[in-house]
Design a protein around this ligand. Structure first.
Ligand code: NA7
Length: 562
């Protein structure tokens, strides 16, 4: 049982999702006095919240799971190549129970503010239940897509039916049989939910502002025999993930786009279209990401695929993106999504032509007409990557606000530390390797690195770590440079910080949120910093509390046996 009267910890982790769980495991192994705070009623982060029908991995399940424990890898059977939300949440609960981590976790604890107390070299956290907690270190495991952004439409509160953002999909089953349902948004979430509910609702109306490029997920079950084979290959699978830019098994085709004939290119694409997962995106020619002409040829290939699957030519044309090429935004993977539009009970409304004007008591009004609905689903995305940081009043040295520092976009050192915000660690922060890779592969890297940094400090009696401004500027310049050759820099997507529902993010001015250099380069850069005695980070032990490391605090917490 958590002692809610205890007010000081060596480490406070914010967030009990994938990153928070692994971070807690490492701190527990070290016997550090730590707690984890999460605003939700239980653990799981993304997989706790997003319960909408169709929510599942686009990562191969067996590359998404934690890699740190052989025993865990041998015990868990992934039932599907791309596992669904209920199973993913079961998995995270299984991990937490197996390693007895729940005792570190405090739920329904929303961190409202975190202020650095310079005199004592402590963070002071204000929690929504009125408590103030202090800690030497704060680890932000707050998630990349954890602040949902409903649209800012007039009249939303007047709707008499049910309405929710997909992130807040109700826990109890939603009876949609015979109901008139609207879905607003056609990103990865919209595409998953639309495909899943189309044959279960009365009528479905999809409100699409911009279509996304999408291709088949090619999901399927994993049999006992296949799982046994996967288990025997786990070392190779994770080694392969570590070699690839995206942290997946998928590796780019090494042939030059222009070195092979159009027929050979087509043959590759025909194969990739039927290959599971992100293969179509990540096993493609590298020029797809950087060369307009190559990208246009491939986009036209996918457009033809859409035309072949959607019966009504006018509808097919509406489902083909015109403002960006394939793969420059996050590619949603689909399961019979395009066929949905061949159904009699499904209608596509192009709100780039007839925008939504307001939500009424009975439905939605566009510039063209009124629509009646029983349920409105907002699949309208997230205040990505920096949103969860902006939602906490984080104040560092001199009471400077992180929100202000990042108003034009984040600047960090290695995506894990920020100048002016000592002892604040972000294992999966903006500009880190996590944001643009198979998430758990990236977060294991980040959590391992942050934990090693803490051990380094504890071993030397340091109480304070802060990157220099110069190191931060160098890193941020490097991150920006990595965008310069990528076509994605021109796209309006959450990769570049675009969001029409967030003030200041609607203009599409690029925010340098993700690390585009690929996982191997990221890992080599952060390892180099560690090997050079954490060059770029200034350590000190100025506080009278300097030597009160976790060792002392261990007397409060307990070392957890494996
Ligand atoms: P996305 O990918 O940001 O998609 C949001 C969708 O909602 C997208 O189609 C938007 O159209 C649309 N949208 C957003 N706001 C509005 C308003 N106000 N009116 C109409 N349409 C709107 O979010 P997802 O949740 O789908 O996916 C996020 C990530 O989660 C995903 O990439 C995975 O990594 C998991 P737009 O394109 O902006 O015109």
């Amino acid at each position: 049982m958590i002692d809610r009267t205890k007010s000081h910890y060596e480490v406070i982790v914010i967030g009990a999702g994938v990153a928070g769980i692994y971070q807690t495991k490492l701190l527990a192994d070290l016997g550090v006095d730590a707690t984890v705070l999460d605003a939700a009623a239980d653990l799981g982060g993304t997989w706790y919240w997003n319960r909408y029908p169709g929510a599942r991995f686009d990562s191969e399940s067996y590359t998404y799971g934690f890699s740190f424990s052989k025993e865990l890898l041998n015990e868990w059977h992934w039932k599907e190549r791309f596992s669904s939300q209920p199973e993913n949440l079961r998995y995270l609960n299984y991990v937490v129970d197996k390693f007895d981590l729940r005792k570190y976790m405090q739920f329904n604890c929303k961190v409202e503010a975190a202020h650095f107390d310079e005199a004592n070299e402590l963070w002071r956290l204000r929690i929504n239940d009125g408590r103030e907690l202090t800690s030497r270190f704060v680890i932000m495991a707050v998630g990349l897509l954890s602040v949902p952004t409903p649209p800012r439409l007039k009249g939303m509160e007047t709707f008499k039916g049910r309405s929710f953002h997909t992130f807040y999909w109700p826990h109890e089953p939603v009876d949609m049989a015979g109901k008139k349902v609207a879905v607003i948004g056609t990103g990865a979430t919209g595409i998953q939910v639309i495909a899943e509910i189309a044959d279960k609702v009365g009528d479905l109306t999809v409100f699409q502002r911009r279509p996304n490029w999408s291709a088949p997920l090619n999901n399927g079950p994993i049999s006992d025999a296949e799982m046994a084979d996967i288990r025997s290959r786990y070392d190779n699978i994770f080694a392969q993930c570590a070699r690839t830019p995206g942290g997946f098994e998928h590796e780019p085709d090494r042939r030059g786009f222009y070195e092979v004939s159009p027929e050979e290119r087509r043959a590759l694409w025909d194969r990739l279209y039927d290959t599971p997962g992100f293969a179509i995106w990540l096993r493609n020619f590298r020029e797809i990401f950087t060369d307009e002409k190559a990208n246009a040829e491939f986009s036209e290939y996918i457009a033809d695929r859409i035309r072949r699957r959607v019966h009504a030519p006018a509808v097919a044309e509406k489902l083909i993106p015109r403002d960006h090429g394939f793969g420059v935004q996050r590619v949603p993977m689909e399961t019979r999504y395009f066929e949905v539009y061949n159904r009699d009970n499904v209608r596509l409304v192009d709100i780039s032509e007839t925008p939504i004007v307001e939500v009424t008591e009975t439905g939605l009004r566009t510039t063209e007409r009124d629509y009646d609905f029983d349920i409105i689903v907002y699949a309208t995305g997230f205040d990505a990557i920096t949103g969860a940081f902006d939602h906490i009043d984080i104040q560092g040295v001199g009471a400077a606000k992180l929100r202000d520092k990042w108003s034009e976009g984040p600047s960090t050192f290695l995506g894990m530390l920020v100048h002016g915000f000592p002892n604040l660690l972000m294992p999966a922060g903006p500009q880190s390797g996590s944001a643009s890779t198979n998430y758990p592969r990236g977060i294991e890297t980040g959590v391992n690195w942050c934990t090693k940094l803490l051990e380094y400090m504890w071993d030397r009696g340091y109480s304070r770590a802060e990157p220099t401004l110069e190191a931060e500027e160098r890193w941020t310049a490097h991150v920006k440079k990595m965008y310069s050759s990528m076509l994605m820099r021109k796209a309006k997507s959450w990769f570049t910080g675009y969001n029409s529902n967030v003030a200041g993010h609607e203009h599409g001015k690029v925010r340098y949120l993700v690390y585009n250099g690929g996982a191997p380069k990221y890992v080599s850069k952060i390892n180099e910093v560690a090997e050079n005695g954490y060059e770029g980070i200034v350590f000190s032990s100025g506080s009278t509390l300097a030597h009160r490391r976790g060792l002392e605090a261990v007397s409060i917490g307990e070392k957890t046996p494996d």
